[in-house]
Design a protein around this ligand. Structure first.
Ligand code: FA5
Length: 346
């Protein structure tokens, strides 16, 4: 049996050195070491050997198997490297050229305008502040002079995560309906005097149309100091519009009611989509863009600021609508659609 094993070793190693490809290596492997291969059939004869010879032949066959396997692996490595070299040096391959570039994304138009406004207001000494989207009822409504039974709550219906313990208790939690609660948070945290803007996402129970979404963006502005008045507010609003549009924008100011300002105003911008009325401006040729007013003394008091010493103005820019005007987007529903046909244009 020793002779037969030695012969097998010899012929297997010869066959391996003659193999010219990975497939041929595999054939040799099956022929000698496979389940029905030559070594296996030799091993079947072990049982007929004497007790002294059996372990010796067993050991020898294991040694031969190991040697043949090692040789197969060595040859296979050689083939892999040859293949890699061939691939690398294949026709037209230049390893000094830069690799393919990954497609670059772009900034969302909302992000662009938000950043521009943050830069503009920072340059005028404003802090950029933030507040939570899930807000306490008391900050979203009560501290802003909108108690539980106030009719203004009807136009600000939203998702309630925790209902108030009783109507008007002020202890509920809701998705904020505007960025105005950040006024309360900022005043309580920093006190007066203060200049802040607070851009962010807000939520409302709203029937969607070209200018109304249930989720949209606003940017709050708040200035509190000594002798702050309406002229300061108008200056801030006009600076904002000129900053975004790079030119004077035709606007109009009309009285507006918000429980947290007195007096209150609505600033509308001329509709850029039509001359005499369209579905975006709902036939009026004006788009409601930015309400504002002088901070109501009740709000200052609720934030521990003395209205005898301080006054202020606040405005609530419809950031999503501002983006529509700037880029000529005629339907707000594109904004958060995630649709690449829309996004790739910016
Ligand atoms: C408010 O939300 C007040 N918090 C704004 C404010 C702040 C007034 C400070 C006074 C002082 P209003 O509900 O009007 O107000 O919304 C403000 C702006 O958000 C609107 O002028 C409009 O541009 C935009 N807006 C309102 N509802 C929607 C909506 N459903 N979809 C898109 N934009 C909207």
């Amino acid at each position: 049996m020793r002779d037969a094993l030695e012969e097998l070793r010899q012929s297997a190693l010869e066959a391996l050195s003659g193999a010219g490809s990975d497939a041929e290596l595999r054939e040799v492997e099956v022929q000698y070491l496979g389940r029905n291969g030559e070594l296996t059939s030799l091993l079947k004869q072990l049982g007929s050997l004497s007790a002294e010879e059996r372990p010796l032949m067993g050991k020898l066959s294991n040694e031969i198997k190991g040697e043949v396997q090692a040789s197969i692996q060595e040859r296979r490595k050689g083939f892999d490297e040859e293949k890699l070299q061939a691939d690398l040096l294949g026709e037209g391959f230049d390893p000094t050229l830069p690799g393919p570039s990954a497609p670059a994304g772009g900034l969302h138009p909302l992000t662009r305008i938000r950043r521009e406004l943050e830069d503009l207001f920072s340059s005028m000494g404003f802090y950029v502040v933030d507040g939570p989207e899930l807000e306490m009822e008391s900050n979203n409504f009560d501290a802003l002079n909108i108690p539980g039974d106030h009719p203004a709550r009807e136009s600000h219906d939203t998702i309630w995560v925790r209902e108030p313990s009783s109507p008007g208790a002020g202890d509920g939690t809701c998705m904020r309906t505007h960025t105005s609660p950040v006024q309360v948070r900022a005043l309580r945290k920093f006190g007066a005097p203060l200049k802040v803007i607070a851009p962010g996402r807000v939520f409302r129970q709203e029937t969607q149309d070209a200018t109304h979404d249930h989720t949209f963006h606003q940017m709050e502005g708040l200035v509190v100091g000594k002798g702050v008045g309406v002229s300061h507010m108008l200056h801030a609003m006009n600076t904002l519009l000129e900053g975004v549009f790079g030119r004077k924008v035709e606007t109009r100011l009309r009285p507006g009611f918000f429980p947290f300002v007195e007096p209150g105003f609505e600033l509308d911008a001329r509709c850029p989509f039509c001359e005499d009325g369209c579905r975006v401006c709902k036939g009026s040729t004006w788009i409601e863009l930015m309400p504002g007013g002088l901070v109501h003394p009740h709000v200052l008091k609720a934030c521990d600021v003395d209205p005898e010493h301080f006054s202020g103005f606040a405005f609530g820019l419809g950031l999503s609508r501002m983006v529509m005007l700037r880029y000529g987007i005629n339907d707000i529903r594109w904004m958060l659609s995630g649709d690449l046909r829309f996004l790739e244009q910016f």
